[in-house]
Design a protein around this ligand. Structure first.
Ligand code: AMP
Length: 417
């Protein structure tokens, strides 16, 4: 028995419908605010992520599906969407467009993680990016739109955490300060954190180790070291969120597993989820485009996990697809009647009806039962090429008609008795 690979799952039709609802909300909320859809390839040059996401991040170090393309070039299944979109922005010379450019996306991403509930190796993200706008209103807008999306999906128990990372320069200074602090407390830290003091000291804030957490409670905080302009930017983002009535907690220990962030950083979690409580997060990346070879351009974005939105979201009532007409051929041996029935279903669809042709080879009785099951409004039983019995499944009324008259009769909604 061949099964789906570990950490992957099938989107069966019912789930596909819930995803369809999510996508429709994204389209409505983000489309309504002037964001347009973008999709990039499922794989990219490995270097894009090494440079874009950061060589020292968990994603790049441990979680990428990389492979040789056969020509000695390393490709990687995309673990995230921002670096690819910035690559596309540069590649297509979008700086010539009226700025900012605003995108949304909805696609699948790949990370070699240990699977558990809410964590998969292939997962879906909805996200948005605004490239070419640095004003704090942009930050607040994107947070606001994500909050709106989570609300529309009925995601329960959401909490928003907010921080600012300042500029890379501030961070370098701060990093030295933090590294020195960690060194001074080395013996109290977990082995994993100790091993990464130089590589990525910020991740110490993320540690689940008790001893490390105690040390980190008194560690110097980046928020207290921000440049005046960065502090002002952050203040304005907070004011805008306050005015919009979006509750948040400022969390100076907020870190995210990607290196490209500057200034605003945010994350929504949901209490309705278990250990994997992150629903979606993002931040500003004012240096990323330049880092990838473009002109200095500010940007901000977020990504949210579709599975987690659906896990923490309300069950949305899903109406079954309507079926106006089921066409059944009375005598399957009659190939000419078969053609007439097939044509009838096709013509009905062209006339705008939701029409299905009975494909299963069921008996007439079985076909009528099936019509009930799929809530078909009418069944047309094609008796011979010229004539059909049209049955109204609700009233049970039926009438013999010329095959050619079936569609008009349905469209008129005439009584059949
Ligand atoms: P990140 O790009 O790591 O900030 O992830 C953004 C969001 O994507 C997270 O908040 C999750 O909702 C979702 N996500 C990230 N990794 C996974 C995964 N392995 N499986 C399912 N969802 C994920």
């Amino acid at each position: 028995m061949i099964q789906a690979p570990k950490g992957t799952y099938d989107v069966l039709p019912r789930e596909a419908e819930r995803r369809g609802i999510l996508e429709a909300h994204v389209q409505r909320i983000f489309g309504g605010a002037g964001y347009r859809r973008i999709e990039t390839p499922a794989f990219e040059a490995t270097e894009l992520f090494a440079r874009g996401v950061g060589a020292s991040t968990d994603i790049v170090q441990k979680e990428m599906y990389s492979f040789d393309d056969g020509g000695g070039r390393s490709l990687t299944l995309r673990p995230e969407g921002t670096a690819p979109i910035c690559r596309a922005y540069i590649e297509h010379g979008m700086h010539k467009l009226p700025l900012p450019v605003k995108f949304w996306y909805f696609g699948s991403y790949f990370r070699a993680e240990q699977p558990q509930k809410g964590r998969y190796r292939q997962f879906w993200q909805v996200g948005a990016e605004v490239i070419g706008a640095g004003a704090p209103e942009t930050d607040a807008e994107i947070i606001l739109l994500l909050a709106e999306l989570l609300e529309a999906m009925g995601v329960k128990g959401t909490r928003l955490r907010l921080a600012s990372l300042g500029t890379p320069e501030t961070r370098v200074e701060y990093r030295d300060e933090l590294t020195a602090y960690l060194r001074a407390h080395e013996s109290e830290l977990s082995e994993e954190v100790r091993a990464r003091i130089d590589l990525n000291p910020m991740r110490a804030f993320d540690s689940s180790d008790r001893g490390t957490q105690v040390v980190m409670a008194d560690a110097p905080k980046l928020l207290d070291r921000l440049d005046p302009e960065d502090a002002e930017h952050f203040e304005q983002v907070r004011t805008l969120l306050d005015v919009a009535g979006i509750p948040y907690e400022v969390d100076p220990t907020l870190v995210r597993g990607l290196d490209y962030y500057t200034r605003t950083l945010f994350e929504f979690t949901s209490d309705a989820l278990g250990a994997q409580s992150g629903v979606g997060g993002g931040g500003r990346y004012d240096r990323l485009i330049e880092q990838l070879g473009g002109q200095p351009t500010p940007g901000i974005g977020f990504a949210a996990g579709a599975e987690r939105i659906l896990l923490a979201g309300a069950e949305q009532p899903i109406a079954p697809d309507p079926v106006d007409l089921l066409v059944v051929v009375a005598n399957r041996e009659d190939r000419i009647a078969g053609v007439a029935g097939f044509e009838l279903a096709r013509e009905a669809r062209r006339a705008g009806l939701a029409a299905q042709f009975e494909l299963s080879g069921r008996s007439l009785k079985g076909a009528l039962k099936h019509a009930d099951r799929i809530h078909a409004r009418y069944v047309a039983i094609v008796n011979d090429p010229q004539s059909a019995t049209l049955k109204d499944m609700e009233s049970g009324d039926q009438r013999e008609l010329e095959t050619a008259g079936v569609i008009a009769t349905i469209l008129r909604g005439s009584r059949l008795a």
